[in-house]
Design a protein around this ligand. Sequence first.
Ligand code: TRP
Length: 448
Amino acid sequence: MEKKKEQWGSRLGFIFAAIGSAVGLGNIWRFPTVVGQNGGGAFVLVYLGMVFVVGIPVMLVEIALGRATQRNVVGVFKKLRPGTPWVRVGVLGVAAGFIILSFYSVIAGWSLAYIFKFLQGDFLHLSPSEIAQTFGDLVASPVTPILWQGLFLALTMGIVILGVARGIERWSKVLMPMLFMLLLILIARSLTLDGAREGVYWLLRPDFASINFDTVLTALGQVFFSLSLGMGAMITYGSYLSRREDIPKSAITIALADMAVAILAGLIIIPAVFAFGLDPESGPPLIYITLPAVFQNIPLGSFFGVLFFVLLSTAALTSAISLLEVVVAYWVGELKWSRTGATLLAGLGAFVLGIPSSLSNGVLADYTVAGFPFLDLMDALTANILLPLGGLLLVVFAGWVWGGKELVAAVEGEAGRFPLGGVWAVLVRWLLPLALAYILLSGLWPGS
Ligand code: TRP
């Protein structure tokens, strides 16, 4: 009865799809925002350090778990430790995927809307405060952003329905090269603006005095979010990978590409913001208010505006695909649903769950939890709590319950020796569980 398991068609297909998952709103919207709010260069440095010490090791764990079992996030635990509570870690991952997809599609929907706003010249001759007003009107509307969110989810579902090789891989191979080209064009534009240099300084010059515990927690959340870790996206993508592929090489490629795009996006946005004397600390609206204000002031600004929001939408699409695929792979693999049925239901679920996030900028603006509007709450809950918690449980499982000796063997597969395997295994068994547990506990009980 067992249908043949889906597989990537090529090594590059996997790499493109995984980079597509990693590179998204996290790099282009979230990274410049959190850098702006956390003092610039110092945060960047903490972030980069954490990519190497936490991000890449956790990514190796996820890809290895997926490939060794060839199962979805829940299936991994059912196969390795059937009938134990570990299965719930998989369920937690699926839940986190749903929540992220719900608010992610709202923000991506704004990006789609902006492509059309720039095409129509809606921002021409507006002052920054009028642009802020336009953005405010868009997100506060009870209907329009929900329609854009629905359109974004429909595109995502369309690709996931086509399957792993014919949908996800094929589209990633088209969209990712396009994204890199757009990045390069925009960066050339931004860095040649008068006054851009100050922004480059601010982004890259570390001010160690501004590093504190919050910086560390925020950087950790950003690492998990940006590299798509902690909820099984890389487990799922790893499950379609052949035993001959070199996992360490792939993980390093993916992490470096993700880091590069975050820094490049920072180099597009922050210098432009400085060049026009705007505020890099303006928070989440940075790219929806501040950046259009910049584009209004440069020749061919509407053109660059369209390019930027095509870039952002593309990056978001390949990431949303991976979020949806985690849920779909679970329902197809464990509940034996059809891919089409699972995709439609999961997409619809994320759409409905996203509505409160969308409305939290309008009619629900007054309902906050601990000071967070709903959308911000979902973002903080997943990035700062659920993903690091998922990561903690995954390293404990891999290092102590499953792994030990098999751990390095699982990463190596048939691809040859992993020279840093010993160091990595120590990280997974000792340093990461302790560090993640410490950061999570201190973050959840401030002052303790
Ligand atoms: N990494 C993506 C981004 O930076 C978002 C994302 C996709 C994600 N899949 C994920 C985040 C899985 C966490 C887990 O925008």
